[in-house]
Design a binder for this molecule. Sequence first.
Ligand SMILES: Nc1ncnc2c1ncn2[C@@H]1O[C@H](COP(=O)(O)OP(=O)(O)OP(=O)(O)O)[C@@H](O)[C@H]1O
Length: 304
Amino acid sequence: MDYILRTNDLSKSYRDFKALDGLSMNVPRGAIYGFVGKNGAGKTTLIRLICGLQEPTSGSYTLYGRENADREMRKSRRRMGAVVETPSIYLDMTAEDNLRQQYRILGLPSFDGLEDVLKLVGLENTGKKKAKHFSLGMRQRLGIAIALVGDPDFLVLDEPVNGLDPQGIIEIRELILRLNHERQITVLISSHILDELSRLATHYGFIDSGRIVRELSAEELEAACRKCIRIEVSNTGTLACVLDEMKLDYKILTDTEAYVYAKVNVTELVLALAERDCEVFSVQEKEESLESYYVSLVGGGKNE
Ligand SMILES: Nc1ncnc2c1ncn2[C@@H]1O[C@H](COP(=O)(O)OP(=O)(O)OP(=O)(O)O)[C@@H](O)[C@H]1O
């Protein structure tokens, strides 16, 4: 597979604190990659590193196949647009003037394509209105428009729907889908809301405490959510040992109940448990929600 971004054992420490702790992720070309994790998991840190705003403490990454230590890395970065944390816009300027400013910053020879970008993000009719009078959603779209100047084919968006109302969320979602489908732009989008990402992502990376705990495609996520069984046994401690040996994901609910997140050979599991004097009382197939899958990967409260 062709990858736009790959990170290899990437770490970033702030004094003794590891914000990224050996993170390895792979963003395929053409993907909408949902980068999901709780607040503080390390999403913005990763984005700041790949944008060149900070240096890794150890490990490496490649952008378009070029290593971060490569002197020519700047060339790869030119193919990338990003909105990190809040969009960097001039509030006293109109949408058009904000874009013109970005053309100048990038040293582009003309303002060609400016109207197209404004239209693409739905801000072509904002005329003389200054950005400070825009809604949060319009500002976010202006931030994306600025990131699109220079025609990047990789767009990085840090929590783009944070704080938006439902209409604003729909507009951003539709814009991202349009950019991906019509302009073949690969998108990396971070969020702590899996449900929102599930409406557009083709691939996912789940991050917890600075590490990727699972990377999978949308189809795999869908399958994983379907394949969940609820099992009732005499001792979930024994069940956990057996599931560990079988390398299956699970979540212990009580002393006698657990979820198993994989396609399980039930006969094999029951026999292994019987060998250890653990009785099986019931096995039930369960359609797992995205939400509980998320919790099984990154644990507890999703937004702490
Ligand atoms: N400059 C810094 N100095 C010290 N600690 C930092 C610094 N930047 C980030 N951190 C810490 O690193 C951890 C990861 O932060 P990061 O912003 O990457 O998380 P996040 O997943 O993007 O969360 P959020 O959704 O809240 O932005 C947090 O615990 C944060 O407090």
